[in-house]
Ligand binder design. Structure first.
Ligand code: THU
Length: 133
């Protein structure tokens, strides 16, 4: 199996999802050949939970990577169709990734849907929207 799919499954297994029992894994494939894993991390105060996609992106930025360093984001969940990222994660992807960067959505059955960040969030709110006028 391709390394990115092995690693996204590992991130899925690492999820801390004892409240929803819905595990999600994400992996960022970096242009330098590194992989950065993210899992959903829940909390007894439910609203503090963090999605897998944001865990991976925040880790990448914490390590010093930036938008242009990211080749692809892969996400996995135990869903009937390839997992659909939540709206909050789509907004964060739009800020922390390039709009044309590939996002591969998958599930435990191996179904795959390849999109870009901008496919996931058309007509998005961006920083330049605040700098007009
Ligand atoms: N979740 C993710 O981590 N990513 C998604 O794309 C969908 C939802 C998490 C949040 C929460 O921990 C659990 O899945 C149930 O919503």
């Amino acid at each position: 199996m391709e390394k990115k799919y092995e690693l996204v499954r590992k991130a899925y297994d690492n999820a801390y999802a004892q409240y929803s029992h819905f595990k999600v894994g994400a992996v960022l494939v970096m242009k330098n050949g590194e992989y950065i894993l993210g899992s959903n991390i829940e909390n007894a105060s439910y609203g503090l939970s963090n999605c897998a996609e944001r865990s991976a992106l925040f880790q990448a930025f914490s390590l010093g990577y930036r938008q242009d360093d990211i080749l692809e984001l892969v996400v996995i969940g135990d869903t009937a169709r390839p997992i659909s990222p939540c709206g909050a994660c789509r907004q964060v992807m739009m800020e922390l990734m390039n709009p044309t960067t590939k996002v591969t959505l998958t599930n435990l059955k191996g179904d795959k849907l390849e999109l870009t960040v901008e496919d996931l969030l058309p007509y998005s709110f961006k920083d330049e929207d605040m700098n007009h006028g």
